[in-house]
Design a binder for this molecule. Structure first.
Ligand SMILES: *[C@@H]1O[C@H](CO)[C@@H](O)[C@H](O)[C@H]1NC(C)=O
Ligand SMILES: *[C@@H]1O[C@H](CO)[C@@H](O)[C@H](O)[C@H]1NC(C)=O
Ligand SMILES: *[C@@H]1O[C@H](CO)[C@@H](O)[C@H](O)[C@H]1NC(C)=O
Ligand SMILES: *[C@@H]1O[C@H](CO)[C@@H](O)[C@H](O)[C@H]1NC(C)=O
Ligand SMILES: *[C@@H]1O[C@H](CO)[C@@H](O)[C@H](O)[C@H]1NC(C)=O
Ligand SMILES: *[C@@H]1O[C@H](CO)[C@@H](O)[C@H](O)[C@H]1NC(C)=O
Ligand SMILES: *[C@@H]1O[C@H](CO)[C@@H](O)[C@H](O)[C@H]1NC(C)=O
Ligand SMILES: *[C@@H]1O[C@H](CO)[C@@H](O)[C@H](O)[C@H]1NC(C)=O
Ligand SMILES: CC(=O)N[C@H]1CO[C@H](CO)[C@@H](O)[C@@H]1O
Length: 641
């Protein structure tokens, strides 16, 4: 009671006091104590937050930025159990897909041909904060960027490869897969992107490389597949700053010096280009789409004058990526005297003109330049193509002559991630008007792409709705390989298809192994692509030296997430998936991963893939019987009747 009376009195006094103020002049407030003051404005943050404290406390701050993580039920390295001598596999009732190109049915691959399956650290490892790892930007995104992952899953556990690699390697060996293309996680070795090396990560990867070798599996190792250490975003905006070049080179040198003798081929980057997001049919990739669309200014700092990202961020990212690659390459060859082949991956598609008009032909050239040409200085003069320089002007950073000299020739082979084929046309307002107009929706590529033929029929069977950029187009890969090595980059003396793969429609909706395992469209995709790639080598004389299928098993497909099935089923039943989020559980694995038990199960496509290499005499050490009946196409004479 007493306190109520006191409160009423105080309130009355305040009201009176306010009345006083409203009637009198500005009061004079006497400052007390000695405080220094400043004007705060976080938008004016400049370009550099010193990164010098590599303490446990700072690491905890970084993980607090990400937020609470999910932890797997398996958190220690699992020893392999014996693999079976026979896996469940298709039989004559539905044999594997028959050959596409009869002319190469008997062709044999050379002994040194590299082949296998691929993955990327963030998409498979899980164990997000285990054993001293620092967060990458991809740990942050699913946790803090609301609705950025269509099924709200994270990569915290992914396929839990970090603990299951010994089982995975035993599986690769039993299946007879010659090589494994995977990436190392920068933020495991360098939790802050720079500074001290994390001893536990070294121990982990030491054992991974040793275990691959013990199983006779060749390592094709990528140093960067999109998982930039978060600390480098906080410090200087990651790929928008030249700072990143020295940090990447430092990380690359550490990994290369430690593992060079255990690696068969090095891939510095999956930097990646390809098309423009707003065209809805392009493959979203790192610098052009992924990086330039990160939420700068909200969950990531917007340093280096890039505003919310966009074109400026995109071309800075590509610029420093290629410089970092070139520095690593020149160091590796000239100082370290490394002998393994080294390159970076390019993600691009075969482009066909929508019509014979000059404008559509020009559009094809522009799409190629904005995809492959952007990083093509390596096979040309070290510089950007004129189509980029002329259109982008000051949006495109410039290389000095010394940098061009560094870039030119800085790769041993061309690596193409060739997933599909597109038709290109001039934009509705014409190329010239678009080139002159930075707000044109098709700027700067100033060409549209589509996966419809000119007659309106799709170029091939569609993939899952979460991969609208992907149609199964085997006939495109053969002319594409010729185009790259004979016309576009004749300086490239050999080429590997370092990724290709398919996401069967609505695969994430299947909830039983019975439904999941016979993945017909993926099996068909592999047979068609493999035959056409071999035809490029045998019939067209393209020096194809390796082939890697994406992916070793189902994994975290970036913004499509894990393709969690129950959520998809729910959305499918409510008719939501297409219009609401355009995804349906996007999976690329040749093996299914059960996200409860983390068991892996080879799909039909795995046997399609293995039997193709077997029938073409590839080096394989399979201990299991992977031989599977293959269907037969009707003989050519009969087909003609
Ligand atoms: C804060 O900084 C930004 C970027 O420099 C500037 O545009 C803005 O005007 C500043 N705001 C204030 C209140 O000074
Ligand atoms: C994902 O989580 C966000 C934030 O909690 C929520 O708004 C959204 O509806 C969720 N999306 C799905 C597909 O469940
Ligand atoms: C691309 O997708 C967006 C969002 O789904 C849609 O608003 C837009 O109309 C589409 N653009 C084209 C050219 O289809
Ligand atoms: C540039 O493109 C925008 C968007 O399509 C359009 O509104 C504008 O009129 C164009 N400007 C010129 C000069 O054509
Ligand atoms: C491609 O060609 C067809 C047939 O001429 C035409 O209908 C279609 O609009 C063209 N596509 C584009 C994107 O220009
Ligand atoms: C094919 O590529 C390999 C590996 O780069 C190279 O050693 C070989 O000389 C090339 N063959 C031809 C004919 O260029
Ligand atoms: C995945 O594993 C769990 C636990 O072992 C099991 O209950 C479930 O049926 C499995 N799912 C599939 C699709 O096999
Ligand atoms: C391997 O599997 C195939 C297909 O099921 C079968 O025909 C063949 O007999 C098996 N080979 C051995 C050695 O078991
Ligand atoms: C001018 C005026 O309104 N003065 C009043 C200011 O407030 C005190 C009480 O704090 C009154 O007593 C004054 O009359």
């Amino acid at each position: 009671m007493a306190s109520t009376i006191a409160a009423v009195a105080l309130l009355a006094a305040l009201v009176q006091a306010q009345g006083n103020y409203s009637h009198s002049a500005t009061p004079t407030i006497t400052p007390g104590g000695s405080y220094s003051t400043t004007t705060f404005n976080y938008s004016a943050a400049s370009t550099y937050l010193p990164l010098t404290d590599f303490s446990n406390e700072q690491l905890q701050f970084l993980w607090d930025q990400v937020g609470p993580l999910e932890t797997a039920t398996i958190t220690t390295t699992v020893s392999p159990t014996p693999e079976p001598s026979e896996y469940p596999k298709p039989n004559f009732i539905h044999p594997l897909v028959p050959a596409y190109v009869p002319e190469v049915a008997d062709a044999k691959l050379p002994d040194d041909f590299l082949w296998g399956v691929a993955s990327a650290a963030f998409q498979v490892e899980g164990a997000a904060d285990a054993e001293g790892k620092g967060p990458s930007v991809w740990d942050l995104i699913p946790h803090r960027w609301v609705n950025s992952i269509v099924d709200n899953t994270t990569g915290d556990i992914a396929a839990n490869e970090y603990y299951l690699y010994k089982k995975d390697n035993a599986r690769l060996k039993a299946l007879g897969i010659q090589s494994y293309s995977f990436s190392t996680a920068w933020a495991r070795f360098f939790p802050y992107g720079r500074g001290p090396v994390n001893q536990q990560a070294v121990a982990h990867y030491d054992d991974l490389f040793a275990d691959l070798e013990a199983n006779g599996i060749k390592a094709v190792t990528t140093l960067f597949h999109w998982d930039t250490p978060l600390a480098l975003f906080n410090s200087y905006g990651a790929w928008t700053s030249q700072e990143i070049v020295a940090d990447f080179v430092n990380y690359a040198k550490f990994v290369i010096e430690r593992y060079d003798k255990h690696v068969t081929a090095w891939i510095t980057f999956k930097p990646s280009q390809v098309g423009q997001a707003e065209q809805n049919v392009s493959e979203p990739q790192y610098c052009n789409w992924r990086f330039s669309n990160y939420p700068f200014g909200s969950i990531l700092p917007s340093y280096n004058g890039i505003g919310k990202g966009g074109l400026r961020a995109q071309y800075l990212c590509g610029h420093y990526t290629l410089l970092a690659h070139a520095e690593v390459y020149k160091w590796y060859k000239n100082e370290y005297k490394g002998t393994k082949p080294m390159t970076f991956k390019n993600s691009a598609n075969y482009i066909i003109a929508n019509s014979s008009s000059a404008a559509d032909q020009e559009a094809v050239g522009r799409v190629n330049d904005y995809n492959m040409g952007w990083y093509g200085g390596v096979w040309r003069d070290g510089d950007y193509p004129a189509t980029l320089k002329d259109t982008l002007g000051d949006l495109l950073p410039t290389y000095t002559q010394a940098q061009k000299d560094l870039i030119k020739g800085a790769a041993d082979f061309y690596a193409i991630d060739a997933y599909t084929t597109l038709y290109a046309a001039a934009p509705p307002n014409g190329i010239a008007a678009c080139v002159a107009n930075r707000t044109d929706p098709h700027y700067p590529q100033c060409a549209t792409t589509s996966q419809l033929q000119p007659n309106g029929f799709p170029a091939g069977p569609a993939a899952d709705a979460g991969a609208t950029w992907l149609y199964s187009t085997p006939g495109g890969v053969r002319p594409f390989l010729s185009f790259i090595t004979k016309e576009y980059f004749p300086a490239a003396k050999s080429i590997m298809v370092t990724e290709f793969g398919f996401a069967d429609p609505a695969e994430g909706a299947f909830s039983t192994l019975e439904q999941i395992l016979w993945d017909l469209r993926r099996a068909d995709y592999f047979q068609g692509f493999l035959d056409e790639i071999l035809a490029a080598r045998v019939l067209d004389g393209v020096n194809v030296t390796g082939i890697f299928a994406w992916a070793i098993y189902d994994n975290f497909e970036w913004n499509s997430g894990l393709g969690e099935s129950s959520l998809y089923t729910h959305r499918y039943l409510h008719g939501l998936f297409a219009d609401e989020c355009g995804f349906a559980g996007t999976k690329f694995g040749l093996q299914y991963v059960n996200l409860t038990s983390y068991e892996r199960y080879p799909k039909a496509s795995m046997f399609q893939f293995l039997n193709w290499f077997k029938s073409h005499g590839a080096e394989t050490t399979a201990t299991a019987n992977v031989t599977t009946p293959i269907g037969k196409r009707m003989p050519a004479m009969q087909r003609m009747v």
